[in-house]
Design a protein around this ligand. Structure first.
Ligand code: UGA
Length: 718
């Protein structure tokens, strides 16, 4: 142990010993010791590795702390230094916020005080004792045993006052001594009513503010706004532990707006390619998931050697089974091992998740990397999380443009979502770092050595009445395992399954609004963005007829599939019940977008992707949003309707998107603009023709002689 020699104002030399008790090494202790290190405080940990016999700390208990302290103080007393000062604190839920010099100075500013105990707002564990307190007209009337500071002889007398069993309550023990007027006065015991040194958080949440971003302070600190003190030690006593976890993200020089995230790099591990840890990649498809194909690709393209990955692929959605099975058959052998759980196995979600965890625990598996099909990850996410050095860590994933993410900043007393003050800042990456949070889901990495300890035996995904992930996180919280979410980098995002309707043909097509990122990646033409290159010369196959790449090949084939699956093509007569007038002068065999639930989608495509093209070439015409009442797919084929007679469109401009390919899917076809005697026959898949309507571009649909030609038409601004 180390000894500090401190000179106080009266030039008295003090010798300080900082002591705590921690029978187990856990995240709370790690954080406590980190804070001590940050402020240069050396702490001796008592009870290390011994069995905790102090009872369940949600109930009265903790006498063991006194007995361990007694033993240590007896030993110290033999050294003969009477003026030795002892600072004792709990460890699992305590942070130092200042140096020992500052703490001592504060202590010695208390007049006529030999022992100073922390104080709190609850008289615990025996509320009946409240009436015996000499002074309760103060901010924190009652003694708390999680922290005290004082001179060795007095503290020694206190701990030796009478025998205490490990199971007895330490707070009750000290309280009774304090409430004994003679002892209180002779030993000069005081309580830190104003939290000048010790801030207990239980009951004090509205008194304590986390302050940051001030011009004078680099690092965030807490202030007791009631007592106007700036506490030097903070204690998440009783049920306030999650608040301490939240504060701990900032305090003890963990994070600041100018210095950034100190905690991000302190545990960083360098991954060595020849010594990479083994990971169980547990993939969960629990609900019908938009763009599952892209998700499975992402699983495959994770930047990590597959011989270091044990794949567990769990699908519980019959609709996806063929696709998942194909994936598994094709790739299982690339992995170190691969296991499946199918819908036909009738295994519940919580069981499946427990299976993954237990398989990992019971095998040569260093980490569990749990990924739900709703997560979309950058390829380097796994490596980043592994190298973070954190035991349980999730990459921040958010539904684009929304506040919905894969973590909670706080939980309410019933264990459900509550918003923390920094939730939005984390979600929007206004602040970046690794954040201790009470709930993570959808994707996270968990170090398995932690789960092999007796203390974490109770961690489970199964709990009556709550979701598997809520059960998992609640059980982690109960055993004091910290969960983190990192938003240091952009790790990916979440897809939104809320409106995903698998009764549709090609349901992903309907996801333009809820999963736009995936949608545009799959369905927009890969050259669409080149349309806007400054140097781009737009194709103009006929006068004032422009040609642009708009939709992908995949779009075109899925679009046709939707129409054909629907199958109710119009009969090509002039009578059309779908129209308000009931009459169509130039009928085609077609399906309107409102018949297949795609009207809103197509109008959005017109507004977002077509209108900007129009504004580029027909300059000076701005009409936003474009109006179009007639949006339809036309089918031309020799035995049905093979062509369309010359006509004007009732539009300001018309777009005509080729959904398939001449000389491949059909022969003949195309569009002839009669006034210019100009035809476009070699239409290109996914490219649209855009031409003025009504007046100049009198045109006809050319004869299809073989196969079937499909085009998508809109009469914009009729
Ligand atoms: C509150 C007080 O803050 C404690 O100081 C007091 O001992 C307790 O009430 C009581 O009177 O029963 P709380 O802070 O919520 O309890 O308790 P914990 O932090 O869970 O436990 C107190 C300390 O005991 C820990 O911080 C740690 O230093 C030690 N401990 C506890 C162990 O070393 N091992 C254990 O298994 C449990």
């Amino acid at each position: 142990t180390y000894t500090y020699i401190i000179f106080n104002s009266s030039r008295k030399i003090n010798d300080v010993q900082v002591l705590t008790v921690a029978t187990d090494e856990n995240h709370g202790l790690e954080r406590f010791l980190r804070s001590a290190k940050v402020y240069g405080i050396d702490v001796e940990v008592l009870g290390k590795g011994t069995k905790w016999t102090g009872g369940d700390m949600n109930l009265p208990g903790g006498g063991q702390k006194i007995n361990l302290l007694k033993e240590k103080l007896t030993e110290l007393s033999k050294s003969g230094k009477k003026e030795k000062i002892i600072l004792f604190t709990d460890s699992y839920d305590v942070l130092f916020l200042a140096s020992i010099d500052d703490i001592l100075k504060k202590f010695q500013s208390f007049p006529d005080t030999r022992v100073l105990f922390a104080a709190e707002q609850f008289c615990w564990p025996d509320t009946k004792l409240a009436s015996q307190y000499p002074n309760i007209e103060v901010a924190n009337p009652y003694l708390n045993s999680g922290g005290f500071i004082g001179y060795l002889p007095e503290i020694l007398e206190i701990v030796n006052y009478k025998p205490v069993s490990d199971k007895d309550d330490d707070q009750l023990y000290y309280t009774k001594i304090y409430l004994d007027k003679n002892l209180r006065e002779s030993l000069k015991i005081k309580l830190d009513h104003n939290s000048a040194i010790f801030q207990n958080l239980n009951g004090a949440l509205s008194d304590v503010q986390l302050k940051s971003n001030t011009s004078t302070e680099i690092w965030p600190y807490i202030e007791n706004v009631v007592t106007k003190q700036r506490p030097l030690i903070v204690h998440g006593n009783g049920p306030s532990k999650l608040t301490l976890n939240h504060f701990g993200n900032y305090l003890a020089k963990a994070w600041s707006s100018t210095e950034g995230c100190a905690m991000c790099n302190e545990k960083r591990i360098e991954l060595k390619d020849d010594k990479l840890p083994t990971v169980m990649m547990a993939v969960f498809i629990e609900q019908a998931t938009p763009f599952l194909e892209e998700f499975l690709d992402q699983v495959l393209t994770t930047d990590y050697p597959k011989d270091k990955i044990h794949l567990l692929l769990r699908n519980n959605v019959e609709y996806h089974e063929t696709e998942v099975d194909d994936f598994f058959q094709a790739h299982a052998k690339e992995y170190a091992t691969a296991k499946r759980i199918k819908p036909s196995d009738f295994i519940s979600e919580s069981e499946a998740r427990n299976i993954a965890k237990d398989r990992c625990i019971n095998s040569a598996c260093d980490y569990l990397f749990s990924i739900d099909s709703l997560s979309r990850l950058e390829a380097n996410t796994l490596r980043h999380l592994l190298s973070s050095g954190y035991d349980v860590i999730a990459p921040l994933l958010v539904r684009p443009g929304l506040a919905w993410s894969n973590f909670w900043g706080a939980v309410n007393s019933a264990g459900f979502y509550a918003r923390s003050s920094d939730y939005m800042d984390i979600v929007y990456q206004n602040i970046k770092g690794v954040w201790n949070v009470p709930f993570i889901t959808n994707c996270y990495l968990a170090k398995m050595s932690l789960f092999r300890l007796p203390a974490t035996k109770t961690v489970t995904y199964t709990r009556e009445g709550i979701d598997p992930d809520m059960a998992f996180c609640a059980s982690l919280r109960e055993v004091g395992v910290y969960m983190y979410v990192s938003n240091e980098l952009d790790f990916g995002h979440l897809v939104n399954p809320e409106t995903y309707d698998i009764s549709r043909t090609n349901p992903d097509m309907y996801q333009l609004f809820d999963n736009k990122m995936e949608w545009t990646t799959r369905y927009l033409h890969e050259e669409y963005h080149l349309n806007f290159d400054e140097e781009r010369k737009h194709l103009m196959p006929c006068p004032d007829v422009y040609w642009f790449p708009l939709m992908s090949k995949r779009f075109c084939s899925e679009w046709i599939e939707i129409m054909e699956a629907f199958g109710q093509w119009s009969d090509g007569s002039n009578n059309d019940k779908r129209l308000e007038s009931g009459y169509e002068a130039v009928p085609t065999r077609d399906i309107h977008m409102n018949q297949v639930g795609l009207e809103r989608h197509w109008l959005h495509i017109l507004k977002e992707y077509v209108r900007p093209l129009q504004e580029m070439v027909f300059t000076g015409y701005y009409h936003n949003p474009p109006v179009s009442v007639m949006n339809f797919v036309v089918r031309y084929r020799p035995d049905e309707q093979p062509s369309l007679r010359p006509h004007h469109d009732s539009s300001t401009y018309t777009i005509n998107l080729a959904l398939n390919t001449p000389n491949v899917d059909f022969e003949g076809g195309g569009c002839r603009f009669i006034r210019y005697n100009c035809s476009v026959r070699d239409t290109k898949l996914g490219w649209l023709l855009m031409h003025p309507g009504r007046l100049t571009h009198y045109h006809e649909g050319l004869l299809v002689t073989k196969g079937t030609r499909y085009i998508m038409i809109s009469f914009v601004d009729p």
